[in-house]
Ligand binder design. Structure first.
Ligand SMILES: Cc1cc2nc3c(=O)[nH]c(=O)nc-3n(C[C@H](O)[C@H](O)[C@H](O)COP(=O)(O)OP(=O)(O)OC[C@H]3O[C@@H](n4cnc5c(N)ncnc54)[C@H](O)[C@@H]3O)c2cc1C
Length: 396
């Protein structure tokens, strides 16, 4: 596709966003993972009706047939416009696993609900003690006729309390290397013996959970692929999870917002923040890093377009992208100064009718800074990404 076509495509996406992103959707977007199921589904269905819900799925499964570059432009425009995030667990994670490794029955049962947004999923990988070292997971699934009986605990399960189904890694064999005794199960959240307990995170929001399994009976037909081959499907899924975490467009939006904020706020000497050489130099440094990241990401997109893979570059993009996000969150807290101090949960959660004590952009500055620490942990912590680079690039 030529540059002119790409710009025409970009204009089409922008027009759609301008027509579709209502003020309600834009304010719901500020809640990130904390978005309500109602608002999340409304946005999902707007994209579904347009035929744009699953750009990276194969066309025969409901994909758009766009090039990697078009997909990149599309997600860039969504982020620049401040669109709500789409929950990744169905579309970006278990969906590709099901259409790649699932049976025709599993595909017929689950893919339509993932595509139209009527069924929400959550990811049951991590356990207490098994995060980075995921293969050590202990939740067991013991065969009993045509069922597995599942016992154990998952943790940090994002939006488990809003989900209809969980895809879970379970141990089906202990008498082998850890990776060789894992299976991949699809489990109905309404199953007797399955219990969800909330974890309220440092931003005051409830999007994380513990999920307990006590003698939960799961039909064998809900297993993806072969028994004890779950690690293969789990790794395939993680490859999907890590793309896009760099969040370049979201950070570009944050830089633009900070430039505006700097014109409204003052520095410690009472002058305009936009004239503070210290603050503006740090903002410029973050922007320069972001420009470099954008170029690096464009190279990776071109590589994928030419039939290659992101490889270890995905780890580099994740590290740099999350570091920049955290730098920008720090700058926002500094910029709003004392307006960052009130930590009003009702305002942060969008549940208050009272006006905030300061500007709107100050309301969630501290909550975002605090929760933003998570970005260098989930999707494989940044230390683990550095290990990947050390091994795959530096050969250490
Ligand atoms: C906001 C949030 C949402 C999440 N959502 C989900 C979800 O929906 N589903 C799900 O299954 N999981 C989820 N997770 C869990 C996430 O995948 C894990 O937190 C992550 O894999 C790290 O595991 P851990 O917390 O057990 O930390 P650990 O693995 O115990 O790591 C602790 C520290 O040690 C470092 N470390 C560990 N091993 C090494 C090593 N080999 N080399 C160098 N440093 C190392 C880590 O980098 C980290 O700094 C979520 C986490 C967060 C924070």
């Amino acid at each position: 596709m030529s540059d002119i076509d790409i710009e025409a495509f970009r204009a089409e996406v922008r027009q759609f966003l301008a027509d579709t992103l209502t003020p309600d959707l834009l304010s719901a977007a500020a809640l990130g993972f904390g978005i309500s199921r109602k608002a999340g589904t409304a946005w999902h269905q707007a994209l579904y009706k347009k035929g744009w819900i699953a750009p990276d799925w194969p066309v025969e499964q409901g994909g758009t047939g766009w090039t990697s570059r078009q997909q990149h432009v599309f997600s860039e425009e969504l982020a620049l416009a401040g669109a709500p995030m789409l929950m990744p667990f169905g579309l970006g994670m278990v969906g590709p696993v099901i259409y790649t490794f699932g049976t025709p029955e599993q595909q017929a049962k689950h893919l339509p609900g993932i595509l139209d947004g009527s069924v929400w999923w959550c990811q049951g990988y991590s356990e207490p003690g098994s995060g980075s070292d995921l293969a050590s997971l202990k939740t067991s699934a013991v065969r009993d006729g045509d069922h597995y009986v599942v016992n154990g605990q998952k943790i940090w399960t994002t939006n488990a309390h809003k989900a209809d189904w969980i895809f879970a890694l379970v141990r089906t064999d202990t008498d082998c290397k850890p990776q060789q005794g894992i299976s991949f199960l699809l489990i109905d959240m309404k199953s007797p013996g399955l219990e969800v307990k909330p974890i309220v995170s440092i931003d005051g929001m409830h999007h994380l959970n513990e999920v307990y399994f006590t003698d939960v009976r799961v039909p064998v037909e809900n297993r993806i692929g072969e028994e004890n081959k779950g690690w293969t499907y789990a790794k395939f899924l993680l490859g999907h999870e890590r793309t896009g975490i760099a969040g370049v467009a979201r950070s570009k939006r944050a830089v633009a917002a900070l430039k505006d904020i700097s014109k409204n706020e003052s520095d410690s000497s009472g002058g305009q923040l936009a004239d503070s050489s210290d603050f503006m130099a740090r903002l410029a440094a973050a922007e320069i890093k972001l420009d470099a990241l954008e170029q690096a990401e464009a190279r990776v997109v071109a590589q994928i377009e030419a039939g290659g893979h992101a490889g270890a570059a995905a780890s580099m993009l994740k590290i740099l992208g999350t570091e920049i996000q955290q730098d920008l969150q720090t700058l926002r807290v500094e910029a709003v100064a004392h307006y960052a101090l009130p930590f009003d949960l009702a305002l942060i959660r969008g549940e208050s009718n009272e006006p905030p004590p300061g500007p709107d952009y100050a309301v969630s500055a501290v909550a975002d800074l605090n929760f933003g620490r998570a970005a260098s942990i989930y999707g494989g912590s940044n230390e683990i990404q550095r290990n990947v680079i050390a091994k795959a690039v530096l050969g250490l």
